[in-house]
Design a protein around this ligand. Structure first.
Ligand code: ZN
Length: 127
């Protein structure tokens, strides 16, 4: 009988600063090195350097973990725009704008047949 006192406190301690997801790790590494960073498992081709030991790979498929030190974050060493991993969508792309105004030939400008104004019968406008 009787409920026991509250012995269970909030068991979670927010001490997970080092426990980042690969995506978060890549994000942080990107800020650190100033280059687009990717993590193991992303399919993105190009020259990548391990952010930990600078081991370089010429990646063609899915990013591995660093064969030298086991790091899972890679910095993209190529030039040009940030490559987009296969199967992912980057920033929302604007829909392709048409190249200039469309000019249509042979457009017949038939007058639209106007329907005669219908007069409803039986409508009394008298008060
Ligand atoms: Zn490495």
């Amino acid at each position: 009988m009787g409920t026991s006192g509250p012995t269970r406190g909030p068991g979670k301690t927010a001490a997970k600063s080092k426990n980042l997801s690969p995506a978060q790790g890549a994000q942080q590494a990107e800020q650190r090195v100033g280059k687009p960073c990717y993590h193991v498992g992303q399919k993105v081709p190009g020259i990548f350097a391990c952010v930990a030991c600078q081991f370089r790979i010429n990646n063609r498929g899915v990013l591995p973990s660093c064969p030298d030190c086991g790091e899972i974050i890679w910095a993209y060493m190529g030039d040009g725009p940030r490559p987009i991993p296969e199967g992912e969508t980057a920033a929302p792309q604007a829909a392709e704008a048409p190249a200039g105004p469309a000019v249509e030939d042979n457009v017949s400008l038939e007058p639209t047949t106007q329907e005669p104004v219908k007069v409803e019968e039986g409508v009394k406008l008298e008060p």
